[in-house]
Write a protein that binds this ligand. Structure first.
Ligand SMILES: Nc1ncnc2c1ncn2[C@@H]1O[C@H](COP(=O)(O)OP(=O)(O)OP(=O)(O)O)[C@@H](O)[C@H]1O
Ligand SMILES: [Mg+2]
Length: 337
């Protein structure tokens, strides 16, 4: 469903400038099976997401739900055998492959998951500054030193090799690298797994500062706590679909403001919220659109859910892909006249 077709139940909310708008994105892979038969594997379907200036959007979902593929689609680094359809806009302009390549590492930057992304054979400063003409090098070095200062890195760190850095310093170097060209949009793909409490807090704080500087930040994570701590809104991915986008403040209390049964189940599985485990796995084959993608695990399904996968609809500034919630909302609206 294209963005224009999204049903808007409430348009009264004012929103800041949209940096990135992803509409109706699908990603598939062509694969060759036995006998050289070509098969198409659909892995991301009908994906919608907006990121505004100064906003942190967390993307939360279990392994294989399509989080990294979305990041790679935005950056224009999907593998050759993939097919991307749908529309992306950056500051209102169509974000095609050519524009992605122009903006990548410049206006749109990636913070990779691991410090292993640093080249072990290259001095840190050269990596942060990147490949650049000689006449611009001095200016860039000055920018790097300013960024280093903000990240508690001394100027002489530039002359070290990655193996000479502590884990914390290496992470701060990665953050500095992402900022060197003053990007407006930052994508952090799982920047926190395996970090101790102090490093986790520090990393999240850096992302918060980036948003305070009016950058848009996409935080891809498995960690609800991390998402709740810093995000403005949280998008839940399930089997290649966005199934809910909700305000962070609704991830609180007993979770009754969360809309989708999967989001509530994720929330209630947290140790602080009762550790209530739920059964089943997300389906891998998303080609079967003859029922709701969550139907087999759902405890609130209605007749309609047996026959098609719901669209993502907007309700009071939140987004939800669930017939039951939509029906409840419509009933309430007609009861209120
Ligand atoms: N090159 C590829 N060819 C075929 N399928 C792929 C390819 N890359 C990813 N996939 C499939 O696409 C789906 C989504 O992958 P993706 O890497 O986006 O998951 P993810 O949500 O980032 O998971 P994780 O949390 O483990 O990083 C997975 O089922 C994965 O197997
Ligand atoms: Mg991933």
């Amino acid at each position: 469903m294209s963005k224009n077709n999204i049903k808007h139940y409430d348009d009264s909310v004012t929103i800041p400038k949209t940096l990135l708008s992803v509409s109706n994105i699908s990603i598939s892979f062509s694969q060759y099976s036995k006998g050289l038969r070509q098969t198409i594997l659909n892995v991301v379907e009908d994906l919608d997401l907006d990121v505004h200036e100064g906003e942190i959007v967390a993307i939360l979902g279990s392994s294989g739900s399509g989080k990294s593929l979305l990041a790679h689609a935005i950056l224009g680094i999907l593998p050759m055998n993939s097919l991307l359809t749908g529309e992306m806009k950056y500051e209102g302009k169509i974000l095609d492959q050519k524009l992605k390549e122009e903006l990548r590492g410049d206006e749109i930057a990636l913070i990779p998951q691991s410090v292993d992304f640093l080249d072990p054979l290259m001095k840190v400063g050269d990596q942060v500054i990147g490949d650049i003409e000689d006449e611009k090098r001095e200016e860039k070095r000055k920018t790097m030193i300013k960024i280093f200062e903000n990240y508690d890195l001394k100027e002489d760190v530039a002359d070290l090799y990655p193996f000479q850095l502590s884990g914390g310093m290496a992470r701060r170097v990665l953050f500095s690298t992402s900022l060197i060209n003053n990007p407006k949009l930052i994508i952090a793909d799982e920047p926190t797994p395996g970090l101790d409490e102090k490093s986790l807090k520090e990393t999240l704080n850096y992302l918060k500062i980036m948003a305070k500087e009016r950058r848009g930040v996409i935080l891809i994570t498995h960690d609800i706590h991390a998402a709740v701590e810093i995000a403005d809104k949280i998008a839940i991915f399930y089997s290649g679909y966005v199934i809910e986008v909700n305000k962070t403040e609704n991830f609180s209390g007993n979770g009754d403001k969360l809309l989708h049964p999967y989001t509530r189940a994720l929330y209630k599985a947290l140790p602080d919220n009762g550790f209530q485990l739920f059964e089943g796995n997300q389906p891998i084959n998303i080609d079967t659109k003859d029922k709701c993608i969550y139907y087999d695990r759902c405890n609130q399904s209605i007749e309609k859910c047996k026959h098609s996968n719901p669209d993502l609809v907007e309700i009071n500034g939140m987004k939800i892909r669930c017939y039951f919630v939509e029906e409840q909302h419509n009933k309430q609206n007609s009861a209120n006249g």
